[in-house]
Design a protein around this ligand. Structure first.
Ligand code: NDP
Ligand code: 2IT
Length: 444
């Protein structure tokens, strides 16, 4: 067996029943074959890969809270502090019923390489809970967040670990979490990002992930003589990432015809109206099917996925493994020539391989959705310096960071003889930075 397959086998044995984690590790290890071949002896002697796939620390804890009926509820909380070679642990918190050890490990592992690509001084982490905020009152969400932070605050800090939002965790939740952190520690400091603009948040953080997806997509398209301008785009999801990906794609001249949620999707042949999506999701916290009541020319397909709609460019912005092989076939037969991931690992391995084989330009999430965490790092530095930067300044930095990621990813894929394979390029470019820092810091 090769060194890479030995390590993969070890990951499977040490983390049984964690399919998402196995999937994420396998994709990275498969990409690393040419790098490992060059340095195999040294990597083996220093157990480089064995250390890379093992989180530095993994915390799981009980989160008891009381619902509006006075009943006690118990959820499980997590924080996985995967790798601090490049800086304090950094990564979002996800509140979603699917959260378990496997999804936390996969997300924290991916975050390590993503954060490296941003060039910002941040390590990789992720956390969350199987708490489902859907249908809960504000008071219930607050009670949950306060209980969650009562345990989590022991393990985080502005120079230690800085969480942010992810699925199910937006401005409201970050507010409740921050309030409780402050109450417990008596410290007003940059311990969370995605904060409100009145209390330490950065302008452009809300928009950053979706905007960054479009900036990187455009870099990739331009390198192949194409552009978002005039393109027909399908977007999945209707949360934070999807909403601002739609907005930026439209500003760049694309026509975005879909958004979705876990129940179905909306098709608007005249172009998705972002203000309607925001009203439904951010204000009313409703379902995307309500869109057609407000825009009668649009249609809603229950239980279906957006990939059946013919398009030039697809931006999956919802959740892991939402785009499978059948969906990839639908995209190719509908004329799609580029997929840029907004979500983390939304495309299954089979679908990714198929799209690449068919010549579809494919940009993996750890490169293309890095704009969110990159602006989080800018929020951290604003908090440390106690200054406030303008929207345009932060947006300009975001664009530069995404352009830098494009250069790293495309160069790394070419350097290792895999030009155009941006999955390999992103994995190799992120890996090289993390491993260099780890080796310089000794066996820790
Ligand atoms: P939100 O909670 O704001 O939105 C998630 C969206 O995905 C909702 O519209 C949700 O619909 C939908 N969704 C969930 N499950 C499914 C499903 N099985 N099929 C179709 N749609 C589904 O989360 P974000 O926008 O913040 O996150 C979206 C993705 O982007 C995640 O993968 C996240 O990890 C990633 N990401 C987020 C960043 C950020 O800054 N927020 C940064 C980088 C990546 P419903 O209401 O039905 O659940
Ligand atoms: O997946 C991600 O990169 C995020 N959810 C954002 C993390 C962050 O710290 O801003």
């Amino acid at each position: 067996m090769s060194y890479l397959s030995d390590v993969m086998q070890m990951v499977r044995e040490m983390n049984p029943a964690e399919p998402e984690f196995h999937q994420a590790v396998k994709e990275v290890l498969d990409s690393l074959a040419p790098v490992v071949k060059k340095h195999e002896k040294e990597y083996k002697a220093n157990k480089v890969l064995e250390r890379l796939v093992e989180p530095e620390r993994s915390i799981s804890f009980r989160v008891p809270w009381v619902d509006d009926k006075g009943k006690v509820q118990v959820n499980r909380g997590f924080r996985v502090q995967f790798n601090s070679a490049l800086g304090p642990y950094k990564g979002g918190l996800r509140f979603h019923p699917s959260v378990n050890r496997s999804s936390m490990n996969f997300l924290a592992f991916e975050q390590t390489f993503k954060n490296a690509l941003t060039g910002q001084p941040i390590g990789g982490g992720k956390g969350g809970s199987n708490f489902n905020p859907k249908g809960k009152s504000d008071r219930e969400v607050m009670a949950f967040c306060q209980s969650f932070m009562t345990e989590l605050h022991k393990y985080i800090g502005p120079n230690e670990d800085v969480p942010a939002g992810d699925i199910g965790v937006g401005g409201r939740e970050i507010g409740f979490l921050y309030g409780q952190y402050k109450r417990l520690t008596n410290q007003y400091e940059g311990v969370l990002t995605g904060k409100g603009l009145l209390w330490g948040g950065s302008l452009c953080r809300t928009e950053a992930t979706g905007y960054g997806v479009c900036y990187l997509c455009e870099d990739m398209l331009n390198a192949h003589g194409k552009s978002l301008e005039g393109a027909t785009v399908v977007v999945s999801g209707s949360g934070n990432v999807a909403t601002y990906a739609v907005q930026k794609a439209q500003q760049m001249g694309a026509k975005v015809v879909t958004v979705s949620d876990s129940n179905g999707y909306v098709y608007d042949p005249d172009g998705i109206k972002v203000d309607v999506v925001k009203e439904i999701k951010e204000v009313r916290r409703g379902r995307i099917s309500e869109y057609v009541k407000m825009v009668p020319t649009a249609s809603y397909r229950d239980g279906k996925k957006v990939w059946e709609v013919p398009c030039d460019v697809a931006l999956p912005c919802a959740i892991q493994n939402e785009l499978d092989l059948d969906d990839a076939m639908d995209l190719v037969s509908g004329g799609c020539f580029a997929v840029t991931e907004g979500a983390n690992m939304p495309t299954t391995r089979e679908a990714t391989d198929y799209l690449q084989r068919k010549g579809v330009l494919f940009m993996p999430g750890k490169a293309s959705n890095a704009g969110g965490v990159a602006v989080s790092a800018l929020e951290m530095s604003q908090n440390s310096m106690r200054l406030r930067r303008s929207f345009d300044d932060v947006d300009r930095d975001l664009k530069n960071i995404m352009d830098g990621i494009w250069t790293q990813v495309s160069t790394a894929s070419a350097d290792y003889g895999m030009e155009g394979n941006y999955v390999a390029g992103a994995n190799i470019a992120g890996f090289r930075k993390v491993v260099k820092a780890m080796r310089e810091q000794g066996f820790v």
